[in-house]
Ligand binder design. Structure first.
Ligand code: SAH
Ligand code: SF4
Length: 441
């Protein structure tokens, strides 16, 4: 989500005649920040601290801090770092190009864009002449209403506001017209898309995510569709069924489990049980047997016992995740978990994370090994650094979301970037696959 927001800002500023460049010789620096865990928040302070020298050398340097840490800390940044001239939260982003232009004109000025908007904060299309995006993101909602006990997102990104179906479809159509092969629909909890919206004229609720998914998946010219993130409590059977009906929907789902212990899930306020999660997995595999499942896991939530932790490891083995993002629990200001009892020792949390990540490495290696000999379709992102017998080789992602490097038998040189190419997997590496092109059309 942050990458997508940063891309939009960069391209919008380019559209206004700005140029993106190296940090060392920039006149304006924009830091887009993440506050979901303590570590990325600390990185923001140390990065801003390091900019002091650059500012002493160049007192005209303008620094803007945006995203969730800016929303959380707000104007306190002005007092701590005199070179910060703009703070903006996630909803303030659409106004940043205008705000930066104003700061250039008015040297003494400082601005903050920290209000939450009532509706989805729609933004102008980014610089239209910007190069073709083969793999594009489309935001479908802002914010979250779930208030999981550990999570700061509802406080920094605000309540859930769904974007209108028409605007989403129009953006998707335009991206496809301009050459997008793959679209990823983005939101904190895409499965509850539309539940906050009621039609002003009819008073009827929005038909929700399955209907949107159906409409996007059916757009002519779209080759691949993905969506993230899904909350297990809201993943409906209808959405699962879409994996069976739409070939465009990639066989990959990121479904954050967080913990395999029902006691911990309850304390986290996740509102599902392990049994419910495993049922979803069973249903997904029924409609798309080969589907790759990935997840988020937190270790060391307050009160997590050895038994709870063992339940998470057991659940990982049951699901056999292709990969996972795993984090040590950290207190976030304003969340319920921050004031809970039963905080765990740093060393215990670190040890559990290591055990969990070692298990994930085993599961991921197994998953990659099982792919050897199989066919896949790779959306090519660039030339590969690896090479076999001096043949030209390329790198991209297959439909499961996995990085694949592959070689092309000698023949006329061709540029495969942006093409979807059939590949036979020959070898599993530690984190990626190696293959050979089957036929180049
Ligand atoms: N909306 C998504 C996740 C958004 S945050 C969802 O509900 O799944 C991304 C991930 O960060 C979470 O899935 C969680 O695993 C992790 N995370 C969030 N808050 C955390 C905290 N306080 N400590 C450690 N990890 C956290
Ligand atoms: Fe955070 Fe929970 Fe919302 Fe995800 S669903 S953003 S973890 S509050």
């Amino acid at each position: 989500m942050n990458v997508h927001d940063s891309q939009w800002l960069g391209q919008s500023l380019e559209g206004l005649g700005w140029e993106q460049g190296a940090e060392s010789d920039a006149g304006v620096l924009v830091l887009n920040t993440c506050s979901v865990r303590e570590k990325p928040e600390q990185k923001v302070y140390s990065h801003l601290g390091r900019l002091r020298d650059a500012w002493l050398r160049n007192p005209d340097l303008v620094v803007a801090v945006g995203g969730c840490v800016a929303q959380q800390v707000g104007e306190a940044f002005f007092a701590r770092f005199p070179y910060v001239r703009l703070v903006f939260g996630p909803d303030g982003l659409p106004m940043v190009p205008g705000a930066l232009a104003r700061l250039m004109r008015e040297p003494g000025l400082r601005l903050s864009l920290l209000d939450f908007s009532e509706a989805f904060p729609e933004r102008a299309p980014a610089h239209p002449e910007h190069g073709v995006q083969r793999q594009a993101y489309v935001t479908i909602m802002q914010g979250c209403d779930n208030f999981c006990a550990y999570c700061i997102v509802p406080l920094t990104r605000g309540r859930q506001r769904s974007r209108s179906r028409e605007t989403i479809l129009a953006e998707c159509r335009e991206l496809i017209d301009r050459g997008a092969q793959e679209i990823t629909l983005l939101g904190q909890n895409v499965n509850s898309y539309g539940l906050d919206a009621t039609d002003k004229d009819t008073g009827q609720g929005d038909p929700g995510f399955p209907a949107l998914l159906d409409a996007v998946a059916s757009l002519p010219g779209l080759r691949r569709l993905r969506f993230t993130t899904s909350h297990p409590k809201d993943l409906s059977l209808e959405t699962i069924a879409a994996f069976g009906t739409h070939d465009t929907l990639c066989p990959h789902l990121h479904l954050p489990m967080q913990s395999g212990s029902n006691a911990v899930l309850r304390a986290m306020g996740r509102k599902y049980t392990l049994e419910h999660y495993l049922d979803l997995v069973m249903n997904l595999r029924r409609v798309r047997p080969e589907i790759a499942l990935t997840t988020d896991l937190i270790v060391g939530f307050p009160g997590e016992t050895e038994k709870d932790f063992a339940a998470t490891l057991e659940a990982m083995r049951m699901v056999t995740f292709a990969s996972s993002f795993s984090f040590v629990y950290s207190d976030r200001p304003g969340t319920r978990a921050a004031t809970m009892e039963g905080k765990l020792d740093k060393a215990v949390k670190a040890e559990r994370l290591k055990v969990l990540q070692d298990l994930q490495t085993e599961l991921s290696e197994d998953w990659l090994r099982r792919r050897v000999g199989r066919h896949c379709e790779v959306l090519v992102e660039g030339e590969s650094k690896r090479s076999a017998r001096g043949l030209p080789s390329w790198r991209g992602r297959d439909e499961f979301g996995q990085t694949v490097n592959f070689s092309v038998p000698s023949g006329p040189a061709q540029d495969l970037i942006g093409k979807i190419v059939p590949v036979r997997i020959q070898e599993a590496k530690k984190h990626s696959l190696w293959g050979c092109v089957e036929v180049v059309g």
